[in-house]
Ligand binder design. Structure first.
Ligand code: PHE
Length: 341
């Protein structure tokens, strides 16, 4: 029996040593120390021993058990340690490898121009308003002194939602003048950028959807020279000092007098080129002194208050600001184009 115990001990220790995985080690623990294991089998024979032999043999068996348990524990720990080291090696992160570059979006040149325009007007004390693109014809036309029968109200010019022509996609940002007059205290200084819609065919300078920035000032003693001074200041801030503008007489139902403002062509400096269609000038906005009828309809006394308004084409402003030759580039959203700004 003594020899049997010694044999189990040396065999088991050698087997533990040779185990490669913790599963293998576990199997060996069951083989040697389990209920049906080899050591247990030997202990079962203790009954056959004499009373004198039993204590010494029992002690020996316990020693063997402790030795095997200690060896198991040590080998188990070693295996865990090795596994940990291997995992650390496999999961090493090399912080010096350049990261995978994520492509993120890019601000659209028209919105870069709009942000610059907003900044300039906010700096002059204007409030920025936002308004609906689906608008009442009453605000887009009637309240702006463009009565029934006015050519701009024609079905061939305007997107209506109903047979009665009461609801429409706004054809201009000018209804924001009315919304401001109806909701704000005087004096008023606002700009209102946004989309507008007209039944236009797409070409190098036209699109059925485009953007305008409306501007309006109403106070006591406001004159046409305030309009010119403000717009010239804005244009110089946007396009650089010394940018040349000109104001031409025009007609709008809601301003009197009315004008259009041109800026000298950035491409040819006024000589005439394809960008300005040989004119030397590019039209960027319509403007004028608010018509007394429009003030009156909003409950503002035109004998006490006066005001000016303008509506500028945002795409045209961006095209001038970034020297873009074709309007369609603004809407195509080709990243090769957008990334240039
Ligand atoms: N709403 C006019 C247009 O779309 C522009 C404009 C705005 C003219 C304000 C005068 C005053 O053409």
């Amino acid at each position: 029996m003594k020899e049997q115990l010694a044999k189990i001990r040396s065999e088991a220790l050698a087997a533990f040593e040779g185990a490669k995985t913790s599963a293998e080690l576990d199997a060996l623990r069951i083989q040697y120390l389990g209920k049906k294991g080899e050591l247990t089998a030997v202990l079962k024979q203790m009954g056959k021993l004499s009373a004198e032999e039993r204590p010494a043999m029992g002690q020996l068996a316990n020693e063997v058990r402790s030795a095997l348990e200690a060896a198991l524990e040590e080998t188990g720990k070693k295996m865990e340690e090795i596994a940990l080291q291997e995992r650390l090696k496999a999961e090493t992160i090399d912080v010096t490898i350049p990261g995978a570059v994520q492509k993120i979006g890019h601000k659209h040149p028209m919105y870069i121009a709009l942000d610059e325009i907003k900044d300039i007007f906010i700096g002059m004390g204007f409030t920025v308003l936002d308004g609906p693109e689906v608008e009442l014809a009453a605000l887009n036309f009637d309240r702006l002194n463009a009565e029934e029968g006015h050519p701009s109200r024609d079905w061939s010019d305007t997107f209506y939602f109903d047979e009665d022509s009461r609801v429409m996609l706004r054809s201009q940002t000018s209804p924001m003048q009315v919304r401001a007059m109806d909701s704000m205290e005087l004096p008023i200084r606002i700009i209102a950028p946004g989309r507008v819609y007209r039944k236009d065919e797409v070409d190098a300078t036209h699109s059925p959807m485009f953007h305008q920035v409306e501007g309006m000032v109403i106070d006591k003693g406001i004159t046409m020279s305030d309009l010119k001074g403000t717009l010239n200041t804005v244009i110089e801030k946007l396009y650089g000092e010394g940018t040349v503008t000109r104001f031409r007489p025009h007609h709008f139902p809601f301003t009197e007098p009315s004008c259009e403002m041109d800026i000298q062509c950035h491409k040819c400096g006024g000589k005439g080129c394809p960008t300005c269609k040989g004119e030397g000038w590019i039209e960027v906005l319509g403007a004028g002194m608010i018509h007394p009828n429009v003030l009156r309809m909003a409950g503002i006394d035109p004998d006490v208050y006066s005001g000016w308004a303008f509506g500028m084409g945002l795409e045209r402003m961006a095209m001038g600001r970034f020297k873009i030759a074709d309007l369609r580039l603004i809407f195509e959203n080709d990243v090769r184009f957008l990334e240039q700004f």
